[in-house]
Design a protein around this ligand. Structure first.
Ligand SMILES: O=C(CO)[C@@H](O)[C@H](O)COP(=O)(O)O
Length: 231
């Protein structure tokens, strides 16, 4: 049990700190965005509490839930994880559905970053017209279906859209980006990159028609960035 407690404490600190990246890169306003992480080897996840300001977050406020989004109570965890006054993020069901159905995913992020959400509002995928998109997304950033918040609907849309895609980002229609990664830091990185390319392609569109990149070249970019870059 103590190894698990240590692991959860480390992940709570990591998830808490990663929310600073959302504010640092201007991806969120007020409390509208969240990061979660899987607890490896356990049917547990750690996620931001709902409605708490980013500057008030602390590791001990991160909520531990099972993979159905149900908070794990203090009784079950020797009082170490319970936050009786805090609810997990309102997007918890979506994050939990992703962890249940995508076993390789270790982190999930949701924001309403401006440019990516503007593409989502139009229901338009972002075409792969930048080498940075080939690198990070391996193609277009797809649109997911419209889904209401609160149950598995958003999670189903994320999984259905991303399971056959290279992209770690999906723009849920009329809502905003959800990103995944093998760990929460990678999911945050995808959220940062998603907003950056959404902004750049939007600006390019104001000036003319962006040039597409051949799929073979996109595949080459993606392979290099995923397997060679930074190693
Ligand atoms: O999309 C929405 C609401 O429309 C959510 O992303 C919330 O804005 C997240 O708030 P928390 O419950 O995570 O504080």
């Amino acid at each position: 049990m103590s190894a698990l407690l240590d692991t959860v404490a480390r992940i709570r600190a990591e998830v808490c700190a990663l929310h600073s990246e959302l504010t640092r890169y201007g991806l969120v306003v007020w409390t509208a965005g969240n990061v979660s992480a899987r607890v490896p080897g356990h049917d547990l996840m750690v996620i931001k509490p709902s409605g708490v300001s980013y500057d008030a977050l602390a590791p001990g406020l991160m909520v531990v839930t099972d993979l159905h989004g149900v908070p794990v109570s203090g009784d079950e965890t020797a009082g170490e994880w319970g936050n009786p006054d805090l609810s997990p993020s309102s997007d918890t069901a979506a994050h939990a559905y992703v962890y249940r159905n995508m076993p390789d995913v270790g982190g999930v992020v949701h924001t309403h970053s401006t440019y990516a959400t503007a593409w989502a509002a139009r229901g338009e995928e972002i075409p792969c017209v930048l080498t940075m998109m080939g690198d990070e997304f391996g193609g277009t950033i797809p649109i997911g279906p419209f889904a209401l918040i609160g149950d598995d609907s958003i999670g189903q849309g994320i999984v259905e859209t991303l399971k056959n895609s290279n992209s770690p980002a999906v723009l849920m229609q009329n809502h905003g980006p959800f990103t995944i990664g093998k760990n929460p830091r990678e999911a945050v990185k995808a959220a940062v990159m998603c907003e950056e390319v959404a902004r750049t392609v939007h600006i390019a569109r104001q000036l003319g028609e962006p040039l597409p990149i051949d799929q073979a070249k996109i595949d080459s970019l993606h392979d290099r960035y995923q397997n060679v870059y930074g190693r």
